[in-house]
Write a protein that binds this ligand. Structure first.
Ligand code: ANZ
Ligand code: ZN
Length: 847
């Protein structure tokens, strides 16, 4: 039976809090006494509904922010909207509304949902990336990059998404060559595009990962892998009349060189293409060119191939082919019909058969390695690089897999690239006083793709800011990752109309102390944020030199929320809710066949019919129970298997919290005297100690380990302890009251309505909101005491309550008894002749 309707409490308290003009948290009225904590969760895309992932991450963010506020910190806990992007544009085409209208409507809907979950964000810091007041500065950021040589235009073979009709960054294409968004197989096209020079920071972006101690190792590994730092050497080769460099991580294998391989678009290959087009036709499978390359160390001539495995954008697009020591070279060499290989590195502990390759990177150089013979491969590598450098044949080099960031998108709903193209002046940046370049107002979009802005002449045709002649605006918009690359900064100075942000305002508030978000952003978003942050630090927009321009101190990636999924066991077909029935024993039985359905938890999706809507759960059980349930079901980094049925445990517990308030209120009708701890009974000591230990654990979990599921189980233990002592005559009302009030305070970040309600039941009206309280101070534990009979000259004089092991320490025992009022009265300054310590009895013989 439900005793309390928790949903009613939400409405009641939300109304009262708002009346006080303090958003959803009266604690906002209390001035902070400590330094800043900037804690935020990744802002959402305004799709219109808050999903379970949002519920989870924003609950965590809200609970922590409320906790820090109670501790006296100046908490920065903003919220905003990642509001540009394709879904709005597609919805606009499908529904005949403007993307702006659609987006704004969704934002207002989601704000209502956030309020329903009692999330208390800093709405005065709200940013919306599609708002001209925001994207003006996204455009300025682009222009700053342009001005400092970080934004440039280049004709490039790019990834084209044929479904969404737009260019994609390399980062947005998965390992199978599909678009991250549409899933379409990406095509290659040659187009003139804008790039941002993230590779200028490749070295720092890699090296500074080592300084991010509070980032998950997994995320750092993913970033490191993406940046792909590789150290080796570049070596110059003569190829016919031309020269080329090759990049190698195994320079010592130069004595094994048997051929040189080029990428199909290597300049030498391109030149041959013109004179011998019949060869070019075979580039895809690999072909020998009518050329020879010279080994720069031995002077030997080797054949030259175009080989499909050579990547055009990596290193120099040229590889020194060593079939004996590299698996790819070996495969290619065999595929070209060659059989003989030349080995110069051998395993340390065994010898090679004739023509047997050895791909290990350690090993020993054999006699064919000339002046490297006998050295370990590692030492040989250093030696040969020294040799190359001193003969000007090559040098040490570090390369990166990371490519520059392609930011042009042929879409409408994004920040227009603030550039004007003039036939006379070239690319001209839009002057500051003409920013923002506004998106034209449209009632509806004509169709998917194909640069919608290019079809709006009023937008395109413009006067050149430099010569005043006729010119054209750039009709591409920026990748939306550009919008989200700097919002963490804008939150700190959101209303600045003069500049992106004021370095004096933002620097003291940076960096972000804690950033919560999903692992799906481990590479793209976080790498772009780090890049832009380092850039802004470099040009003096914030003083981040102490942290190498790293914007985020601690990163927490919460796990996904999975939904209960029903499938037909034989076929694996996902069942719709009306296809099965849940029996009393918990089994799901398929209506048609009467067979038992298989149950599993999987990523929520429409096709699996396993989605759950947070708003439904809140409407049924109230925000407090929903919040506690989300936290309780799994440690924050783990997958959460969403099972709404289990929320009854939470409801029963919260009901108990409220029941205690009613019970205590009865007892509070009698006047209560505060009780000194040294007069506590055994039961009172046990209440005090257990509650304080739990409070300690709760505080640690919230401030250090973020083990929020443990916080909930600690609250439950705490509640049960008080509940079980409620009718114990040995526990005074005073002691219960103090412990219970601590619980209400400590509970309030998770369950603000229940805490308020219980507080109101407990106290006579008008009562100060319990949400304004400081975080409860942790009081010391009280050692359990036992009675000791004190005898003086053969007579029992008084009973002393002391620690259990008192008589083990003679000195301490005597001095403690002597300093009590009774000790002073019966013994005082009299000369002590003898003291006998017996268990539970202390005998004094005095003169
Ligand atoms: C000679 C050699 C001998 C190599 C050997 C390896 C083993 P990472 O670690 O990924 O940086 N390479 C260089 N440029 C390339 C390109 N554009 N496309 C494909 N492969 C390329 O790999 C560096 C190694 O990959 C280089 O070292 C080169 O092959 C090859 F026993 O040079 B090595
Ligand atoms: Zn001009």
């Amino acid at each position: 039976r439900r005793i309390f309707d928790l949903t009613k409490l939400d409405t009641k308290w939300t109304t009262r809090w708002k009346k006080q003009g303090c958003s959803l948290n009266p604690r906002r009225k209390v001035a902070p006494t400590k330094g800043k904590i900037y804690s935020t969760a990744m802002f959402p895309y305004p799709s219109g509904i808050l999903h379970m992932g949002h519920l989870r991450v924003y609950t965590i963010a809200d609970v922590l922010a409320r906790f820090y506020r109670m501790q006296g910190y100046n908490v920065i806990n903003p919220m905003g909207w990642d509001a540009f992007g394709l879904p709005a544009e597609n919805a606009a085409v499908d529904r005949n509304v403007s993307p702006e209208k659609w987006t704004k409507l969704n934002i207002s809907k989601m704000k209502v949902q956030m309020e329903a979950m009692l999330a208390d964000f800093d709405w005065d810091r709200e940013v919306t990336t599609c708002d001209p007041a925001y994207y003006k500065w996204t455009q300025k950021l682009f222009l700053l990059m342009y001005e400092h040589g970080y934004a440039y235009r280049k004709k490039a073979e790019i990834n084209w998404d044929p479904v969404d009709q737009t260019v994609l960054a390399n980062e947005q294409v998965d390992s199978e060559g599909r678009s991250w968004r549409s899933g379409a197989v990406v095509e290659k096209r040659l187009l003139e595009q804008w790039f941002l020079g993230i590779t200028k920071f490749a070295k720092e972006l890699n090296a500074d990962l080592d300084t991010l101690d509070e980032w998950p190792a997994k995320v750092k590994a993913m970033q490191r892998n993406w940046i792909g730092e590789s150290t080796g050497a570049e070596i110059r080769f003569q190829v016919g009349e031309e020269t080329t460099f090759v990049y190698t991580t195994r320079a010592e294998t130069i004595f094994s060189l048997q051929y040189l391989a080029l990428a199909a678009d290597h300049p030498i290959a391109t030149k041959i293409k013109q004179t011998a087009p019949e060869l070019a036709e075979q580039y895809d499978t690999g072909v020998k060119l009518p050329l020879e390359a010279t080994n720069p160390v031995t002077g030997e001539k080797v054949p030259v191939f175009v080989a499909p495995y050579v990547i055009s954008g990596y290193g120099h697009g040229a590889v020194m082919g060593c079939p004996a020591h590299d698996a790819r070279d070996y495969e290619f060499w065999k595929s070209m019909g060659e059989t003989s290989i030349r080995s110069t590195v051998e395993p340390e502990d065994s010898s090679l058969e004739a023509n047997e390759p050895y791909f290990g990177a350690s090993g020993v150089m054999n006699a064919d390695a000339q002046f490297l013979a006998g050295l370990s491969a590692t030492t040989a590598r250093e030696k040969i690089i020294e040799h190359l450098e001193s003969h000007q044949l090559g040098q040490k080099r570090t390369t990166y897999r990371l490519r520059d960031w392609l930011v042009s998108r042929q879409r409408f709903w994004g920040a227009p690239i603030p550039i004007i193209h003039c036939d006379r002046c070239g690319t001209v940046p839009v002057p500051d006083d003409q920013l923002p370049v506004l998106l034209p107002k449209v009632d509806k979009l004509l169709g998917r793709g194909g640069s919608p802005l290019a079809q709006i002449p009023e937008f395109v045709n413009v006067e050149c800011p430099s010569c005043g002649g006729a010119a054209r605006r750039d009709t591409d918009t920026m990748d939306t990752f550009m919008d989200s690359s700097w919002y963490l900064f804008r939150y700190l100075d959101p209303h600045n109309e003069q500049q992106l942000m004021d370095p004096k305002v933002v620097s003291p508030l940076l960096s972000v102390d804690q950033y919560l978000g999903g692992i799906e952003h481990a590479i793209l978003h976080l790498l772009y944020v780090r890049f832009v942050s380092k850039f802004l630090n470099t040009i003096g927009y914030w003083d981040g030199s102490a942290v190498n321009g790293e914007p985020i101190k601690k990163l927490v990636s919460q796990g996904m929320v999975h939904g209960r999924t029903f499938t037909e066991p034989e076929t694996g077909r996902f069942l719709k809710p009306d296809e099965y029935e849940i029996m009393s024993d918990g089994r799901a039985v398929m209506k048609e066949t009467g067979r038992t359905a298989a149950v599993s938890f999987e990523k929520m999706s429409k096709s699996k019919h396993n989605g759950a809507d947070p708003s439904d759960c809140i409407a049924r059980h109230g925000a407090d129970a929903t919040r506690a349930h989300v936290l309780f079901q799994a440690p924050i980094e783990d997958v959460l298997n969403w099972d709404e049925d289990k929320i009854v445990g939470i409801e029963r517990w919260l009901a108990k919290v409220l029941t205690i308030a009613g019970g205590l209120r009865e007892r509070l009708k009698e006047p209560v005297q505060p009780k000194p701890t040294d007069l506590y009974t055994k039961s009172e000591i046990s209440v005090h100690n257990e509650c304080q230990q739990l409070l300690h654990s709760i505080t640690d979990s919230l401030s250090k380990s973020l083990s929020l599921n443990t916080v909930i189980s600690d609250y439950m233990k705490y509640t049960n302890k008080i509940y079980s002592e409620l009718n114990n005559k040995d526990v005074s009302t005073a002691v219960l009251y103090v412990s219970y009030l601590d619980l209400l305070k400590a509970l309030s970040p998770v369950a603000p309505s229940v805490s308020e309600e219980a507080n109101e039941v407990l106290h006579p009206w008008p009562v100060e909101s319990v949400l304004t309280a400081d975080w409860p101070e942790i009081r010391p534990l009280i050692a359990a005491t036992v009675p000791y009979t004190v005898m003086v000259n053969g007579r029992m004089r008084f009973v002393y309550h002391g620690p259990e092991n008192l008589i083990e320490d003679r000195e301490r025992c005597i001095s403690q008894i002597l300093t009590t009022p009774e000790g002073e009265k019966w013994i005082g300054t009299k000369n002590i002749k003898k003291v006998i310590l017996k268990p539970k009895t202390v005998v004094f013989i005095v003169e």
